[in-house]
Design a protein around this ligand. Structure first.
Ligand code: CO8
Length: 257
């Protein structure tokens, strides 16, 4: 597939997807979301990709869903277009995903970052859910994932008042993992991604699944799931390799088996 709204590259085990609609601050239109899902599906199937890195440009990660596309949409249009199936697919990605945010991550942009597993942000970037100012509300996780990260009070402030927060504030609140100088974002995000890509893929996959499970289960159910995943990993060659490498005092070489 020839992509028009994203740039896709593969660098040392990292599948990098750059949102590329710079003229509209990477507004997420239907075509871009389709391409994103297509690229993610390809990367899920690609054994050489151990981690997916999602980024925008220096001015914007993404300024939200494309308002021009939604302006005249009816409820029926939205139902027929089934836009949220693309977003649902994002939540199902098994490989780890890192968002590298520079500039604005607003509305669907903030929701896209939150659908990733780790978020690194450049100094000066901002996160927000301004949909209320358009007479609507977040629709792709902004009232659900956000509250789980920043708590009810701040989520209410961000969603009801549409007030964005800075990267530093997002870091203090636990929404993101690290704030770095803007000129170091790409390098730092790639370092994190490559580090992740070198871990045992099946252990990463099940650990990710287990952490996400905790958001939707009771503690007892979550602990049960975690234990089953732990047992499962003892069926992998990577478990033997990881522990053997430790006792032999050498670096492990994982193969995802
Ligand atoms: N959609 C379409 N175009 C956009 C968007 C957008 N979300 N944001 C910016 N643009 C365009 C502008 O129209 C402008 O285009 P042009 O140059 O042709 O006039 C260009 O990008 C640059 O924007 P500005 O001139 O406005 O740049 P500023 O630096 O002055 O302002 C802002 C930047 C503050 C980000 C401003 O552009 C803005 O407020 N944008 C809208 C942000 C917003 O409200 N986002 C939420 C959108 S709704 C949403 O995300 C719902 C998600 C639900 C899930 C989706 C599934 C359906």
């Amino acid at each position: 597939m020839a992509y028009q709204h994203i740039l896709v590259t593969k660098i040392k085990g990292v599948g990098r997807i750059q949102l590329d609609r710079p003229d509209v601050l990477n507004a997420l239109n239907l075509a871009l979301m389709d391409e994103l899902v297509h690229a993610l599906n390809e990367m899920e199937r690609d054994d050489e990709v151990g981690c997916i890195l999602l980024c925008g440009n220096e001015h914007a990660f993404a300024a939200g869903a494309d308002i021009f596309e939604m302006l005249d949409a009816t409820t029926t249009d939205l139902l027929v277009q089934d836009q949220f199936s693309a977003w649902d697919r994002l939540s199902e990605v098994k490989k780890p995903m890192i968002a590298a945010v520079s500039g604005m991550a607003l509305g669907g942009g903030c929701e896209l970052a939150m659908a990733c597993d780790l978020i690194l942000a450049a100094e000066g970037s901002s996160f927000g859910q301004p949909e209320i100012n358009l007479g609507v509300m977040p629709g792709a996780g902004g009232t659900q994932r956000l509250v789980r990260s920043v708590g009810k009070a701040k989520a209410m402030e961000m969603v009801l008042l549409g007030r964005p927060i800075t990267a530093q504030e997002a870091y203090r609140l636990g929404l993101i993992n690290e704030v770095v100088p803007a000129h170091q974002l790409e390098e730092e995000a790639m370092k994190w991604a490559q580090r992740l890509a070198n871990k045992a893929p099946l252990a990463v996959r099940l650990a990710k699944e287990s952490i996400l499970k905790s958001m939707e289960s009771t503690l007892a159910e979550g602990l049960d799931f975690e234990q089953k995943c732990f047992y499962l990993l003892f069926a992998t060659e990577d478990q033997k390799e990881g522990m053997r490498a430790f006792v032999e005092k050498r670096r492990p070489h994982f193969h995802g088996k």
